[in-house]
Design a protein around this ligand. Structure first.
Ligand SMILES: [Zn+2]
Length: 82
């Protein structure tokens, strides 16, 4: 039972298990659908925005982001509305 390709998994910040996989956005091809069935990736649907998480734990279902938020100072012309 060792037919799985080497798949990168990431430690889940919620449960601590190394079960985090990348979330694939967009229309999945047949390869991607099969990989998702094997638990190698998670399909995130076709919509992605700045708040979409990049990884999901296949153990507990927790989703998280790996990108850091851009600091507000990067947008000097945009004031903070209060
Ligand atoms: Zn988890």
């Amino acid at each position: 039972m060792n037919l799985l390709k080497e798949t990168r998994k990431y430690r889940c910040p919620a449960c601590g298990e190394k079960l985090g996989v990348n979330i694939q956005y967009g229309m999945p091809g047949i390869d991607m659908a099969e990989a998702a069935e094997r638990g190698e990736v998670v399909l995130g649907g076709c919509c992605i925005d700045d708040d979409s998480p990049e990884r999901q734990c296949i153990g507990c279902g927790h989703k998280w982001k790996i990108k850091r938020r851009k600091p507000v100072e990067m947008m000097p012309h945009r004031g903070i509305l209060t």
